[in-house]
Design a protein. Structure first.
Length: 156
C-alpha cells in the first residue's frame, strides 16, 4: 500500500503544476482576447481542455487517495471529531478537499457556459471569471504553508 500511496501522491503533486500552468495560460488568453477584442481561438479551446482534463485527473487521484490510499485521511476519517481539532488533519480531511472540489465545479461550470454563448467577448469574459475564481481557490489550497500546512513543491 505504501508504494501505491507514493505513486498517487507523486502523480497528484506533479499534476498540480500542469493545472497551474494551464490555468494561467487560460486566464492570460482570456485577458488578451478581451483586451484585443479577438476571436475565441482553437488555442484557447485546447488549453481550456487541458486545464479541465488535468483538474478531472486531479479529482480522480484525490478521491482515490482520500478514501482508499492516504494514511493521513485514513487517520482523519477514523476519528473525525478529533481530526476537526487538529488543524493539519482538518486541512486534509475538509478544507483542501472541499475547496478544490468547489474549484473544479466552478471551472467545469464555466466551460459549459462558454460553450453555450456564441460571441467571443462573452466566451473570454466567462472564461476569465470562472477559471479565475477556480484558480484562486486552487492556489489557496496548495499546501505551501499559507494555510499552516506545507509539503514539498516537487516530489521525486
Amino acid at each position: 500500500m505504501n508504494s501505491l500511496y507514493n505513486i498517487t501522491l507523486f502523480l497528484h503533486s506533479w499534476n498540480r503544476w500542469l493545472i497551474l500552468v494551464a490555468g494561467v495560460i487560460v486566464i492570460a488568453a482570456a485577458i488578451k482576447g478581451l483586451t484585443a477584442k479577438s476571436d475565441y481561438s482553437p488555442f484557447q479551446k485546447r488549453w481550456s481542455l487541458i486545464f479541465l482534463s488535468s483538474l478531472h485527473l486531479q479529482l480522480l487521484v484525490g478521491i482515490l487517495m482520500y478514501f482508499f490510499i492516504s494514511p493521513v485521511t485514513a487517520l482523519a476519517l477514523s476519528d473525525f471529531g478529533a481530526a476537526m481539532k487538529d488543524s493539519v488533519l482538518r486541512f486534509w480531511a475538509v478544507e483542501h478537499t472541499l475547496v478544490n472540489i468547489i474549484a473544479i465545479v466552478l471551472a467545469q461550470t464555466g466551460s459549459i457556459l462558454v460553450k453555450r454563448i456564441s460571441n467571443s467577448a462573452g466566451k473570454h469574459k466567462r472564461t476569465l471569471i470562472w477559471s479565475g475564481i477556480a484558480l484562486i481557490l486552487i492556489l489557496a489550497m496548495i499546501p505551501m504553508g499559507m494555510m499552516g500546512v506545507e509539503r514539498p513543491l516537487f516530489r521525486f
